[in-house]
Design a protein around this ligand. Sequence first.
Ligand code: COA
Length: 433
Amino acid sequence: MDYNKLYKEKLTTAEEAVKHIPSNSRVVTAHATGEPTVIVDAMVDNYLQYENVEVLHLVAMGNCGYVRPEMKGHLRHNALFVGAGTREAVNDGRADFTPSFFYQVPKLFRTVLPVDVAMIQVTPPDENGNCSFGVSCDFTKPATEAAKIVIAQVNDQMPYIYGDNFINIKDIDYVVEVSKPLLELKPPTIGDVEKAIGEYCASLVDDGSTLQLGIGAIPDAVLLFLKNKKDLGIHTEMFSDGIVDLFNSGAINNSKKSLYPGKMIATFLMGSKKLYDFVNKNEIVELYPVDYVNDPITIMKNNKMVSINSALQVDLMGQVCAEAIGLKQFSGVGGQVDYVRGTMMSEDGLGKSIIAMPSTAAKGKLSRIVPFLDHGSCVTTSRTDVQYIVTEYGIANLRGKNLKQRAKELINIAHPDFRDDLKKEYAQRFNLD
Ligand code: COA
C-alpha cells in the first residue's frame, strides 16, 4: 500500500475536519498533554454548527473552550476527571462529571458511552503507515478503535513511543498536519513538608521494587529520596521528568521486574520537552492502553509493587477522599483505586499501597485527617482497600488494624495542632474515659 498517497488523500484543514462532527454525537478527545489542541479549538470556534454534542475526556490541559457558557445547546462537557480548566464549569452545573475507575474507561466507551468521533494527536506515519499515539495511549487508543469517525492532528513534534500505541493511517479519516510543541506540565514546587513525606514514602520502598507514582509535588519529592536505591522498576499510570532523572542516576534499571523486565511501562506521560526527548524512539519505554496497564490483574503480576498516590482527606476509619471537597468535585478517581487494589492483590504478597498527603490544607487551617469526611464528600479508596497513609509526621499502616487501632495510628500522624480534637473524638467514639 502507498501510505504516503493515502496520507495525502486524508489531509485537510482543522476547520474542514471539524465539519464532520455530527450533531447529537459524542466526541472523545485525547488525554492530557496528548490533547490535539488545534482541532479541539477549531471545534470550539465553530460551535454554532453543532447541536447537542457531548465532549468527553479525563485530564484537560488545553483551553477547554467547550465549557464556556455560550456553548450551551451546542457543546457540553462530560468530565471523567476534573482539572483546573473544567472544575468551575462542573461545579456550576455547566458541565457534568461521571465517576469511573481509570482502567474501566475504555469499557465505558465500548458499551454504555459509545464514541462517535475520536479527536487524537499522533506522529506522522512510519514506513508501514503506523502513527504512534505518542504520550497518550490510555483511553485514547481504545476510544479511537470504538469511534465511527477519527480526526487526527498529525504532529511531527509528538514523540514516537513504542508498545501497543499505534494506529494505521488507513484507520484515520481526516488528517490535520501541524508542527507544534506539545503541552507541558510545569514542575511542582517541593517544600519541606513534601520532602518529609517523600522521605517516609521512600523508606517503604525496598530495592528491586516496581513503582507507580502519581502526579505532583509529593511523587516528585519521593523520587528525590530514591536515588540510593537499587534495581527499581516502573509500571505506572503515568510518569514525568522526575523519572528521567532517577533513571539517569542508575536507581531505575527495570532489571528485577517480573512483568516486562528491562522496560518502563505506562499508559500516558506528562512532562517537559526533556521527558518527550527521553521517550522518543526509546526502546525501554512502552505505552499500553489503560484497560491493560491499570487493570489490577495486570498490576498484581509485578513483584514488590509499590503505589504512591495522594488525597484531600482521610477519616479516622481510613476512608480516603482524593477527588472532592464536600460536594465540590475537585479531580477524579483516576488510577488510584486501580493501583491500591492491584498492589493488594499482588501475587508475591509484597505489594504496598501508599496514600501520601500533607497533614493540613488551606495553609495549615484545616486538618486533612478528620473524624468524618466533609458533608457530601465521596470515598475514593475505601477503608477496606487502604493500606499505608503517610504525612510529614510519619507512617500509619492500617491494613489488618481494627477501627480503634486505625484511629490511633492516624491521630499520631495528624498535625499536632489538631491532635487534641481528634483524641476527643476518639475517646467519645470508643467510649473511653
Ligand atoms: N479541605 C479544603 N481544601 C482542601 C482540602 C480539604 N480537605 N484538601 C486540599 N485542599 C485544598 C488545598 O489547600 C489546595 O488549595 P491551595 O492550592 O489553595 O492551597 C487544593 O485544595 C489542592 O490540594 P493539594 O493537596 O495541593 O492537591 P494536589 O494538586 O496535590 O492533588 C489530589 C491532590 C488528591 C487532588 C490528586 O492527587 C488527585 O486528584 N488524586 C486522585 C486521582 C489519583 O490519585 N490518581 C492517581 C494516579 S495519577
